[in-house]
Design a protein around this ligand. Structure first.
Ligand SMILES: Cc1cc2nc3c(=O)[nH]c(=O)nc-3n(C[C@H](O)[C@H](O)[C@H](O)COP(=O)(O)OP(=O)(O)OC[C@H]3O[C@@H](n4cnc5c(N)ncnc54)[C@H](O)[C@@H]3O)c2cc1C
Length: 485
């Protein structure tokens, strides 16, 4: 590693250029006038903000290792229907790599899996010539395919993963910060711990991260309670509070902030309770060191931020105004699994995001607020709203911060925000290829299913859309997932 694994619009182009036919149709529809962009008055403050962010995006090197990684990831995410096939093939490759069997056996397993996942008769419909060629190699030189596939997928994953271990990640973090000014959120890729031993190993991993000195920007670390406590739910709150105490102590010794991710809905209230109980049992002294995520796509999200504000007020007052609770606003990543609890459509989610943000901004002295979104419209509305609450003083609490996942097509927008002087961070997961496969595939899904705004940005950066058309479309309310209709 060591090379910057992110960020050029050309990589976004490589990824997004291989759009599915559905996406192309959407864009064609727009150019043929079947999508009617909202009429945005030229003095619309959101639009003005968006224009200034776009103008701040620095020029980026076209050809880089990152370009190649984006190209490879683009093949995986070209069509949503193919992603489970790549996932299966990769899982099989990870499994057999560990086995102590001759090389010939290994590549034949992969060859057989290719035949199963990509039957010959279906290959004519594949958009990517590169993929069709790769599958031909699989049939005719299975050994070469096996070797190439392993290398190719690992490279593609590196676009989204900061490193396979802490040394690689530290190097990535420093390179990104030196070149772009963007900070980081450390995330040890830990899917749910399936045993107390696995949970303990995850806790140790986080302690190592927290204790490790990193030259560069402030250390922000994300944790998942299901990774820290096996089978975390409302019956394991005490256990989670104890683990959090251990991590918070390490965070406070190392000027770090731990942010508790919000996961599936059925543990949402338990997660909030853990933070409340933890703060109470530690006399609110880690108010600056432990924060949380609010999922704004939930029907409950306004209640959740109200509940959090009560805690934030205590944290602030008990610490004589010297503690501010870190809150990260996300829309939410479990839409299909928690569909009964999420708002009915994307537009309602976008609106609710801003409503929740406004609740926090009204009580801005209690909070340190991070806007985690890849959507230029959401970002612009957030900036405009924060400006409304700004006192104009340098140390104003309404100075919101911005965050994105590493490797996403909208990443250059974060660079623009950094250039404008905002505090910015990429979410940088760390883990071996095998451990981070599920995370990598979720990013593939998310991009393949990307919102119109992020996809439109990629088309704009490719030169396929003028700035005016991009903004007209980006600011048009979306009424269903990912499609501007
Ligand atoms: C730093 C960081 C930390 C994160 N931590 C978490 C976390 O702890 N928990 C978590 O859940 N996610 C987390 N995420 C992921 C985050 O939820 C997604 O990246 C985010 O939803 C994408 O929203 P967007 O504004 O970038 O894009 P947009 O395209 O504007 O929004 C897409 C999102 O809108 C919502 N949506 C779209 N269509 C519909 C519909 N029809 N009905 C209902 N909802 C819809 C979904 O939430 C979808 O993910 C994190 C992201 C970042 C950058």
């Amino acid at each position: 590693m060591g090379k910057m694994p992110i960020l050029d619009p050309t990589t976004a182009r490589a990824a997004m250029g291989r759009t599915s036919s559905r996406r192309r149709i959407d864009l064609q529809a727009s150019s043929q006038g079947r999508i009617t962009p909202a009429v945005i008055p030229s003095n619309n403050p959101f639009r003005e903000t968006a224009i200034s962010v776009l103008a701040s995006i620095p020029k980026i090197t076209r050809f880089s290792m990152n370009y190649v990684r984006g190209f490879l990831a683009g093949i995986v995410m070209q069509d949503q229907a193919l992603i489970p096939k790549f996932k299966e093939l990769s899982e099989r490759a990870v499994e057999i790599e560990k086995l102590d069997v001759p090389f010939g056996n290994k590549y034949r397993v992969i060859q057989a899996q290719v035949k199963l996942s990509f039957p010959k008769e279906s290959r004519g419909a594949l958009a990517s010539k590169f993929l069709r060629f790769g599958l031909w190699i699989a049939d005719n030189a299975g050994w070469a395919f096996y070797l190439g596939y392993k290398i190719g997928m690992k490279e593609a994953a590196k676009r989204f993963i900061a490193g396979e271990n802490l040394d690689q990640a530290a190097q990535t973090i420093q390179t990104v910060h030196r070149k772009t000014g963007v900070g980081y959120i450390y995330d040890v890729v830990a899917e749910e711990a399936d045993s107390p031993a696995a949970a303990q190993a995850n806790v140790e991993g986080y302690l190592t991260v927290l204790r490790r000195p990193i030259i560069g920007p402030e250390k922000v670390v994300s944790v998942k309670l299901t990774g820290l406590v096996a089978g975390f739910d409302e019956t394991k709150i005490d256990e989670a509070v104890e683990v959090l105490k251990t991590l918070a102590f390490a965070a406070s010794q190392n000027d770090a902030v731990i942010v508790i991710d919000m996961e599936r809905y059925h543990i949402k209230d338990a997660t909030l309770t853990v933070l409340e109980r933890f703060m109470e049992e530690t006399q609110y002294k880690y108010g600056n060191n432990v924060g949380i995520v609010i999922q704004t796509y939930l029907q409950d999200s306004l209640e959740d931020i109200d509940r959090l504000s009560k805690l934030a007020a205590k944290v602030y007052h008990i610490n004589d105004g010297n503690s501010r609770l870190f809150v990260r606003f996300v829309k939410g990543a479990y839409q299909s699994k928690d569909k009964d609890q999420v708002l009915p459509n994307h537009e309602a989610v976008n609106q609710r995001y801003i409503d929740c943000l406004e609740v926090a901004l009204r009580e801005k002295e209690y909070y340190r607020i991070a806007v985690a979104s890849h959507n230029l419209r959401t970002i612009s509305e957030s900036i405009t709203l924060a400006n409304k609450y700004s006192t104009g003083e340098q140390q104003d609490d309404s100075n919101i911060e911005f965050e994105m996942l590493l490797g996403m097509p909208a990443a250059p927008i974060l660079l623009g925000l950094a250039a404008q002087g905002y505090n910015t961070r990429f979410y940088m997961p760390v883990g071996s290829f095998g451990d981070s496969l599920a995370y990598f595939m979720r990013r593939m899904e998310e991009n393949a299913n990307s919102s119109s705004c992020q996809m439109l940005y990629a088309e704009y950066s490719k030169g396929n859309l003028s700035q005016k058309t991009f903004l007209d479309l980006a600011f048009t309310p979306v009424r269903s997932n990912g499609v501007t209709v």
